[in-house]
Design a binder for this molecule. Structure first.
Ligand code: HEM
Length: 243
């Protein structure tokens, strides 16, 4: 079973790398590269930071507890790695949002008009609340046991919902960007399927495949970390951590 896990996990890592490469190459090769100056190039940070933060890093952080070699480590270490990766994912997504808000300000484009922007902002708000509640509930020694046991299933359920919302935000964002640029300022129309559209549609498929692979890992019960600590200690950061 461990071999199958590592095969699956290796597949997730390959898809992570491919998603990152595709989103960077798209913006370097077809969209002119990157700048932080409220120009058109300022926007290009948005997809790169959102895909790397809310999809790649978030997805990989979600499966940290499933990696069998981490089961020999103290649970405290896993909790810190999980929370730390989620924190970096949150920072990247906040930077990604500030890129698109600054770009809109630079060109006097109204904020929050599209379905993509509504789904996107809800995703980031849910993620920020989840991170704050998770840190208070599972990492602070003063959080009462009843709160931790109430929070755990909610945290797991909400964590999955956020990944679904992230995937939906990326797919809708990619679709909107292609429609806006290829049918607006570019010579090659979207429905003529120029090379850029083929490449970026494929990026969307890679993102969906990555989501499927992460959910595949999350749904296999045998790949859950065996409970090696008492229920009281399981969520406490500052309590003595049993080996
Ligand atoms: C989890 C991922 C994402 C989230 C949470 C997200 C969130 C947002 C938000 C909140 C806005 C509104 C900004 C404003 O009104 O000033 C926005 C705008 C935009 N995003 Fe994303 N985004 C994500 C991924 C992407 C991706 C991958 C693309 C692909 C290029 C993209 C393309 C766009 C475009 C074209 C706009 C400007 C038009 C609009 O406001 O809808 N987004 N995004």
């Amino acid at each position: 079973m461990t071999h199958i896990f590592y095969f699956f996990y290796g597949f997730c890592l390959c898809l992570s790398l491919l998603c990152a490469l595709f989103v960077v190459i798209w913006n370097l090769h077809w969209r002119g590269g990157f700048a932080w100056d409220r120009s058109l190039l300022h926007f290009n940070w948005h997809p790169v930071l959102m895909v790397s933060g809310l999809v790649i890093l978030y997805g990989n952080a979600a499966v940290v507890y499933r990696i069998p070699f981490t089961w020999k480590q103290r649970k405290l270490v896993c909790k810190l790695v999980h929370a730390g990766m989620m924190f970096v994912a949150l920072l990247l997504s906040i930077l990604g949002l500030s890129a698109v808000f600054d770009f809109h300000r630079g060109f006097n484009i109204p904020h929050m008009y599209s379905l993509h922007s509504w789904v996107g902002i809800s995703t980031v708000l849910l993620f920020a609340s989840q991170w704050i509640l998770g840190s208070i509930g599972f990492l602070l020694p003063c959080s009462p046991p009843w709160m931790r046991s109430f929070l755990k299933p909610v945290h797991i359920w909400m964590g999955r919902i956020i990944l679904v919302f992230s995937l939906a935000s990326c797919i809708s964002g990619i679709n909107e960007k292609l429609l806006l640029t290829l049918n607006g300022i570019s010579a090659a129309l979207y429905n003529a399927l120029p090379v850029e559209a083929v490449f970026v549609n494929f990026l969307g498929i890679l993102i969906m495949a990555f989501g499927m692979a992460i959910f595949g890992i999350l749904f296999v019960k045998k790949w859950q970390r065996p409970e090696d600590e008492g229920p009281e200690n399981a969520y406490l950061l500052l309590s003595e951590d049993t080996p």
